[in-house]
Design a protein. Structure first.
Length: 59
């Protein structure tokens, strides 16, 4: 199997989304969980999977 110069057999890393970067930043503050809950309340339920995926588990 030949691999051209433009192709790689190693999967490329994807950059974290803006949402993931934001969650990573605010995770440093004690109000983190309160902020996530507040955002969830103001966000359409269709987007909750993305929000909670980026926010992580609360345990």
């Amino acid at each position: 199997q030949n691999v051209s110069k433009n192709q790689s057999s190693v999967p490329k890393k994807t950059n974290p989304s803006m949402l993931e970067q934001t969650c990573s930043l605010i995770r440093n503050f004690p109000e983190y969980l309160d902020v996530v809950v507040s955002v969830a309340r103001k966000t359409d339920g269709r987007h909750w999977a993305d929000l909670f995926s980026a926010a992580g588990r609360s345990t």
